[in-house]
Design a protein around this ligand. Structure first.
Ligand SMILES: *Cc1c(COP(=O)(O)O)cnc(C)c1O
Length: 435
């Protein structure tokens, strides 16, 4: 099957290359399973996304959605480009700050924050996207106790149809996230009356892996209408954050996904934003939180074939499973697979690539046309940079694998593989188990 590869990948002398490095050699040098990331691809993506938005306004800030891939090295790469971050936990907040992202470029999101979460955000001068009035009142109490100002925005649910998997649609009516647009004015009124809480923004995020740009334009229209109304209440808007969600083309063969570009995204959203700003005499910065689009295509997961079994279908048993890439099992996601050491060979059969986990659902790729596969071959699972390693686990007591960063052919570890000792380091033996 001829796949249209992302620019991070190429094929030379029958081998798959990522970021200019030979995947076959990387697998030999670092072992498998192995995540391999092309750093240049991430940098190019960041610059392209930013430039597309800056065609319409200078006041643009990209906040990388840290949850997509929180490897500190990748966070550093993006920080150096000027990225801020959408952070969802104290861990992500700390990762972003340690990567060198300034506090004023961070937004602390989430629908269920603890007192400690809120306190840390306020102490670090990080803006909070407030998900409920209950949360607002807790922020008020902490900020008065600390006598410290805190800038906030509310997460607004625009309640629109979002064409994606229901588990990753977040701006629909029955979503757990945000405050519905028709209830949000009272929340801003209450915030305006608070001593240390300063409402300066608004936030929305309609969902993930969205392959049409129209919903983003519609959401922008709803949000900017609310922006006009809260401006009348007296809110001085510094930013409006439109979240992430731009999808990538996971299907790369027959019936390939037609994924929109950042330029198409900008063309659908920015005129709505710019026009509404002009109409209402406001000039908030345009914030956006791409995660998947920034890192998804940059990375392959390399996995070795342990055995091939011909029964009712032909199974290719590899050494990576949903412990390392859960998306197919969790969201029925499609990832293309390439036999990395036979990357330009003709297809010879239909194979199902299955992991080593003790679960029937541990299937990485079902019924794929591939060149003849034998034990010892190397499979590359494409587009594994977002929600891949970040969602990995140690299920079945399997240490997580290493991650390699490639830049123009140079390849080094950016995370070593875990050991058995790493997995048991937090275990504590109760007294009655001790001799
Ligand atoms: C997950 C998430 C993002 C990133 O979504 P992508 O689809 O990866 O771009 C951005 N903002 C918020 C609030 C999120 O929850």
């Amino acid at each position: 099957m001829k796949l249209s590869l992302p620019s991070s990948l190429s094929i030379k002398d029958g081998h798959l290359f990522c970021g200019g490095a030979d995947c076959v050699r990387l697998a030999e040098e670092f072992g498998t399973p192995l995540y391999v990331t092309d750093e240049v691809h991430i940098v190019e993506n960041f610059r392209r996304y930013q430039a597309a938005l800056q065609q319409y306004t200078d006041k643009v800030q990209l906040l990388y959605a840290a949850k997509a891939n929180e490897n500190p090295v990748i966070m550093q790469t993006l920080a150096a480009e000027g990225a801020g971050a959408d952070v969802f936990s104290l861990g992500e907040m700390r990762a972003a700050l340690e990567a060198g992202m300034p506090a004023e470029k961070l937004l602390f999101n989430g629908s269920s924050k603890t007192e400690a979460d809120l306190r840390a955000a306020i102490e670090n001068g990080i803006r909070i996207s407030v998900d409920s009035v209950d949360e607002l009142r807790q922020i008020d109490a902490i900020s008065r106790e600390l006598k410290k100002q805190v800038k906030i925005g509310f997460r607004c649910n625009p309640e629109i149809d979002v064409p994606t998997h229901p588990k990753i649609a977040t701006g629909i009516k029955n979503s757990k996230f945000g405050i519905p647009a028709d209830m949000i004015l009272d929340a801003y009124r209450e915030a305006l009356a608070m001593e240390y809480v300063v409402p300066v923004g608004m936030h929305c995020h309609i969902g993930s892996q969205i392959l049409e740009v129209e919903p983003f334009g519609i959401a922008c229209g709803v949000i900017m209408q609310v922006a006009a109304e809260i401006t009348k209440l007296g809110v001085k808007l510094e930013f409006v954050d439109f979240g992430g969600g731009l999808g990538i083309p996971y299907h790369r063969g027959e019936n390939a996904d037609a994924a929109p570009t950042p330029e198409e995204y900008a063309a659908a959203v920015m005129p709505v934003f710019v026009e509404a700003c002009k109409e209402n005499g406001i000039s908030p910065a345009f914030w956006v939180e791409p995660g998947r689009w920034m890192v998804g295509e940059s990375t392959v997961l390399l996995t070795r074939v342990n055995s091939v079994k011909k029964v009712h279908k032909t199974f290719v048993n590899v050494d990576a499973g949903f412990n390392l890439l859960i998306r197919p099992a969790m969201y029925d996601s499609w990832h293309e697979v390439v036999v990395a050491n036979k990357a330009d060979a003709e297809d010879a059969g239909v194979y199902t690539v299955t992991g080593p986990i003790c679960e029937t659902g541990d299937i990485l790729a079902d019924d794929r046309k591939l060149p003849e596969v034998v034990a010892g071959d190397l499979i590359a699972v494409l587009d594994a940079g977002a929600y891949g390693y970040a969602m990995s686990s140690q299920y079945n007591s399997r240490p997580r694998c290493a991650e390699v960063l490639v830049n123009a052919g140079q390849a080094e570890l950016m995370r070593r593989a875990e050991t058995f000792e790493d997995m048991t380091r937090t275990v504590v033996i109760p007294s009655w188990h001790r001799k």
